[in-house]
Design a protein around this ligand. Structure first.
Ligand SMILES: Nc1ncnc2c1ncn2[C@@H]1O[C@H](COP(=O)(O)OP(=O)(O)O)[C@@H](O)[C@H]1O
Ligand SMILES: [Mg+2]
Length: 542
């Protein structure tokens, strides 16, 4: 395989020995197959009536979910084309936070139909350009079909969040979680250059088993999952001045084994006194800065704890670095690396710092922060698995609300928008004509995979549903008609409150088209062998 042949028929070695190569239809088929396997895996999970997958990682930990991003995150794929499908899910999740399954299933369908076209001897580049044109047309249609949302229309935002969570196993708590998600996103939304920006990375999520999903709460501030270090310290400090320290409050032990000969008790006392004095000086330094709370990323010596307790300072140690950063942002404080440098202006501020019991553990709540845009969602549920699923549901809810806040447009779900796109794209195909027409039609058929799969997963007859949708979409206001997976009826999805951010759908179409095109354009796969250990003393051959 590593040889090319000259015109005279002589082989020329251009690739390293052992390189594997697949070309032409063989390479394509192999790629399509791998990519489609990934989309087949996800297909049965699409929609509120989709099934779950049970994933077991190499350590034996079990995750049960139907979240596309989570599933692909757990499974280890080898094949490069399959990896590209996993990438689609990742991109979709990073960009818009929802619609991962939709994007992957749509890409799989584009490839399946592409393969049929290739079998009819249509060149891949024709398919790719047809898909491109169709996707362009879809983007234009999206512009017309997006419905504007008034951001004060809480009910609509709630419906968007609930639609995103319908497929997650959070049951009746959906409503409560949606309310929390809206409040959290509103809290972190800021105006930048006349635009609204909602960066949900600013929302901290803390999970704790115990109680129920309905006890999930929004905390306006930061939660540190640590206890106060000393029982003599105050449990609650109002008008907190917070020192954020990144160095240990300990006296460094000597590096080498020093032998100190102590001949009488006074010497011993003097030696201990020195250590104690140094620790006391450290605490005095903290107190002098005006701090009444110390959050330390490193350790705190027992003696230092004792002195701080005496001075009424609330302290905790071994705070995670990521939490320290969040705390710095929230309280307006500066993380100080050297205690000597601690100045009053480095201190952060918060209305209240308090240790509270959450489940079996104690946590420190830093509330009424200087920077009001720092919020934490404390997720509660009876079982660990429930807590994890609730976190995924919350992630989707936060993402879709942020999408709507930033872009202000929604579309009807339940396959309504996909059916409408197919309807708009089909006549366009005829207009383009030629061989590309077939590819554009294939694109229109492919996008209907969404309503078809929603129907299939709900145990409905997919053909009946598709036919029903097509005729419903011909009528006035037909563009809102989708399939209600719970009753099997074709209904106005907007009225029913099954609505999704336009951005999620746009991104799904974009990334699915791009990845399918990328896979389609490959006709040669050249894989290097894994490097072998070189035998000692052997000269490499050239
Ligand atoms: N009540 C509902 N009736 C019909 N379809 C729904 C309903 N709720 C959500 N959907 C649809 O389910 C699909 C999303 O399913 P989901 O499993 O979350 O996949 P994704 O990872 O693509 O978001 C969307 O097409 C959405 O419109
Ligand atoms: Mg979803």
């Amino acid at each position: 395989m590593a040889y090319l042949t000259t015109q005279a028929g002589q082989p020329v070695l251009i690739l390293k020995e052992g390189t594997r190569r697949r070309r032409g239809r063989d390479a394509q088929r192999n790629n399509f197959m791998a990519a489609r396997i990934i989309s087949e895996v996800l297909r049965s999970t699409l929609g509120p009536r989709g099934m779950d997958k049970m994933l077991i990682d190499s350590l034996g930990d079990i995750t049960i979910t139907n979240d596309g991003a989570a599933i692909l995150d757990e499974i280890d794929v080898e094949h490069p084309a399959a990896k590209m499908m996993v990438e689609i899910a990742k991109t979709q999740d990073d960009m818009v936070g929802d619609g991962t399954t939709t994007a992957v299933v749509f890409a799989g369908e584009l490839l399946r139909r592409a393969e049929e076209l290739l079998d009819q001897n249509i060149h891949p580049t024709v398919v790719v350009s047809g898909y491109r044109k169709a996707s362009q047309k879809a983007m234009e249609a999206f512009k017309e079909l997006g419905i504007s949302v008034d951001l004060d229309d809480r009910e609509t935002l709630k419906r968007v969040a609930i639609t995103a969570m319908t497929s997650k196993a959070v049951g009746t708590a959906r409503n409560h979680l949606a309310e929390i998600a809206i409040d959290a996103v509103k809290q972190i939304t800021e105006e930048r250059g006349g635009r609204k920006v909602a960066d949900i990375d600013n929302i901290q999520i803390i999970k704790k088993e115990g109680k129920s999903l309905l006890d999930t709460e929004l905390v306006k501030g930061i939660i540190v999952d640590k206890e106060i270090v000393h029982p003599g310290m105050p449990k609650r400090v109002e008008t907190a001045k917070i020192a954020l320290l990144d160095s240990p409050l300990e006296v460094e032990k000597t590096e080498f084994d020093a032998e100190i000969r102590i001949r009488d008790p006074t010497q011993m006392k003097a030696f201990l006194n020195k250590e104690t004095r140094m620790l006391k000086e450290m605490v005095d330094k903290i107190k002098a800065s005006g701090a009444n709370v110390l959050l330390c990323q490193k350790g705190i010596d027992d003696i230092a704890q004792h002195f701080m307790a005496k001075k009424g300072i609330l302290a905790t140690r071994r705070v995670k670095q990521s939490d320290m950063e969040k705390l710095a942002r929230a309280t307006g404080g500066k993380i100080v690396t050297n205690l000597e440098d601690l100045e009053p202006e480095d201190l952060g501020e918060a209305g209240m710092v308090e240790e509270r019991k959450v489940g079996e553990d104690k946590m420190i709540f830093v509330e009424e922060c200087k920077h009001p845009r720092s919020v934490t969602i404390l997720i509660r549920a009876g079982l660990e698995r429930m807590v994890d699923e609730a976190e995924r549901a919350m992630h989707d809810a936060l993402s879709v609300i942020a999408d709507v806040v930033e872009h202000n447009k929604i579309v009807p779900g339940g396959g309504a928008i996909e059916s409408e796109l197919a309807k708009v794209i089909r006549p366009y195909a005829t207009k383009v004509g030629g061989r590309e027409q077939l590819a554009i039609e294939a694109f229109a058929d492919s996008i209907e995979v969404v309503p078809r799969t929603l129907a299939e997963n709900a145990g409905l007859e997919p053909i009946d549903i598709l036919v029903g949708l097509r005729s419903a979409h011909e009528k006035p206001k037909g563009h809102l008609m989708g399939v209600d997976v719970f009753t099997g009826k074709i209904l106005d999805m907007y009225e029913k409150g099954v609505i999704e951010p336009l951005r999620v759908k746009e991104q799904a179409v974009k990334s699915a088209t791009e990845s399918a095109s990328m896979i389609l354009r490959i006709d040669d796969v050249i894989a290097a062998t894994k490097p072998k250990e070189e035998e000692p003393g052997e000269m490499p051959e050239y």
